[in-house]
Design a protein around this ligand. Structure first.
Ligand code: ATP
Length: 256
């Protein structure tokens, strides 16, 4: 319904023993938006990402997806609900071909457990044609035809990242959570990644949360940026607004 954010983060607090990793965090992600989440080391970005992907449960607060709390859902059901994610360490099935990696994602869209799907992949026959067609569409869309039947492990790192994006897109997400996708990429590969993130939103209508250290990437692709520091939200706004915010500048200069 109009006005309901895709994600509503409501007063989310996470403690690890005496450490308050997240302290009453609040923000929305709107439909079709690319939202960047940044902050110095230890700010709480990974902790929040892990809450959104249901690896952690907040001590306090709620996270709503299309208006419904996800906190009762186990992590393995998140993909089936329409929340896709990428992993920092790409090529978790690196001995498999590009096509089979994307197929793993396509299976997890219709089934609930990506890990067991991967294990039983060679024997799955039901709905295979349908899934093959969906996988081929993604291979065409992301221009992976030349490498489609090669193992992921031997491919350039930038291409591996593209495969990881394709695998996540094969889950047919409404929301895509990107966990530091620029890590380990060179300048040209980061530019290519930026285009890819925009394609995902512009051509597929997917809402994107981008957790990232690479400032130039975040500032060039995000519609809005949320800034964390020591577990608190210190700023939220357009890239222009956030970059001239004195508290943000101080957090980065004083950081590390
Ligand atoms: P980085 O950019 O370095 O990845 P981050 O913004 O992702 O940092 P988090 O990893 O979320 O930050 O960490 C936030 C705080 O919570 C830090 O003080 C960190 O030491 C602490 N923390 C994170 N995970 C745990 C854990 N499993 N147990 C104890 N403390 C943790």
């Amino acid at each position: 319904t109009a006005g309901t954010p895709v994600i509503a983060v409501e007063n989310v607090t996470v403690r690890f023993g005496g450490i308050v990793a997240l302290d009453g965090i609040e923000f929305d992600i709107h439909e079709g938006e690319i939202l960047g989440l940044i902050g110095p080391n230890g700010a709480g970005k990974t902790t929040l990402f892990n809450c959104l992907s249901r690896l952690y449960t907040p001590n306090d607060g709620d996270i709503r997806f299309n208006g419904t709390s996800i906190l009762g859902e186990p992590a393995h059901r998140i993909a089936g609900m329409g929340i896709g994610r990428t992993f920092q360490n790409v090529a978790s099935f690196s001995n498999l071909s590009v096509r089979d990696n994307i197929r793993v994602g396509a299976h997890s869209a219709s089934r609930s457990d990506p890990v067991s799907d991967a294990l039983r992949l060679p024997w799955v026959r039901k709905g295979e044609r349908d899934i093959d067609a969906r996988v081929q569409e993604l291979i065409d869309w992301l221009e992976l035809n030349e490498v489609a039947d090669l193992p992921v492990s031997g491919l350039p790192f930038g291409t591996q990242k593209r495969v990881e994006m394709a695998r996540a897109m094969a889950t047919e997400p409404k929301l895509l959570l990107l966990d530091e996708p620029a890590g380990g990429l060179n300048h040209d590969e980061v530019e290519e990644l930026g285009k890819l993130i925009k394609m995902v939103r512009d051509e597929k209508g997917v809402t994107v949360l981008l957790v990232e250290h690479h400032m130039a990437l975040v500032m060039s692709v995000s519609d809005r940026v949320v800034v964390l520091n020591f577990g608190r939200k210190i700023a939220e706004g357009t890239p222009e607004e956030v970059q001239k915010n004195p508290e943000v500048i101080a957090a980065y200069l004083g950081g590390d």
